[in-house]
Design a protein around this ligand. Sequence first.
Ligand code: ARG
Length: 463
Amino acid sequence: MSLWAERFSEETDELVKDFTSSIDVDRKLYPHDIIGSIAHVKMLSKVGIIEEKEAQKIILALEEIKKDLDKGKLDFTGKEDIHMAIEEEVIRRAGEAGKKLHTARSRNDQIALDERLFLREEISEILHLISNFQRVILEFAEKNRQVILPGYTHLQYAQPVFFSHHLLAYFWMLQRDKLRLKDCYVRVNVLPLGVGALAGTSLPIDRAYVARLLNFPLITKNSMDTVSDRDYIIEFLCCVALLMMHLSRLSEDLILWSSPAFSFVEISDAFTTGSSLMPQKKNPDVAELTRAKTARVYGDLFSLLTTMKALPLSYNRDLQEDKSSLFEAVKIIKRCLKLYPRMIGKIKLNHENMRKQAQQGFFAATDLADYLVEKGVPFREAHGMVGKLVKHCLKENKCFEDLALKDYQKISSLFEADVFQRIKLEESVFNKESTGGTGKKSLARQIKLAREKLEEGENPIAS
Ligand code: ARG
């Protein structure tokens, strides 16, 4: 019999029971639901709404239910949701006292509390996972400081850069991801419990006391907003969607770099798979699946955004569907964040191939233009002169190194013997010393800065 059976004259249709049930999804919220219920009961007894003895009975039942659930001893199959399942069990174990648990509370504020408690934990864990990944990126970048690879724009050879510089680009993307998540945490960390179904309650509850017990620095201000707000989940999903986008871009780099056309890296056997038909194959499946799972997380974000669009105030059952999106996104991001540091840490770099390809495509063209700028030529003119030089080389099937000084001087008399120094690969990379550039000292500064950022830690409350 359901908790509302007294008001109904007909049994709920079996298919409706199944259709409206969320227990298979929200079962995992039981630790949060129980912690929230314990705080609620303590408050009810503190303000005198229930007797202390009754509170003790309920709390004992809740603690035992938690232990049984931890051991997998309680079967909630067929229940409507985790809140009702636990309440029914409390009533079964604590008798009359148990019937007082749900005083001055609704499942509408209860689920918001469970989700906020869940998200606080998950955000903290995700922040740690990101930092761990950043640490691996940083160590890898430090270890491979000398390696040069072609930098691309439009996937065409552009200018050579340090491999570490390219890799560290992801460090800073992840740094922004952490800042966004910490900021999101501030809005998650607000107590929703105590607003009832939508209107508040006439009973003398003490929300501030519950907030203290559960470590919430703030309490929501409007009961109707509280039960119908899912901004904090949407914000979280936005943060995770961006984070996945970064992993997906890194995945794409790895897929390209490990393809024979590039042959820059070799992903270790442990992080690749073979083909059922072609014996020679070794495929970057982790990177490919990360790309695809990014799409799923975008789907989770859009699913909830669309659910919320034009939803009238206040609570609507539509909101129950938020958990599938939230849980899937959390699961995906944690799996990817656990895999990536392991995979990146074991990547082998093919220095020679990177170097060979970095030397292609007139990599020093911009350096030559800058050389002329240093001698007083306006950049636009210098650009044109080097363009001519490139055209000449293409016609003669030569590269800059093949030209004699007199070939350069045909274009501009400002070219001198030191031009040959400027078209060396190392020179081109080492010299980009502007702040944030790939240059040698600039890279060292970047690595130092990244290390300092990592040492700041990721405690969301401290930020
Ligand atoms: N399982 C529900 C959810 O996740 C709990 C709230 C149900 N509230 C209601 N008025 N039916 O949203």
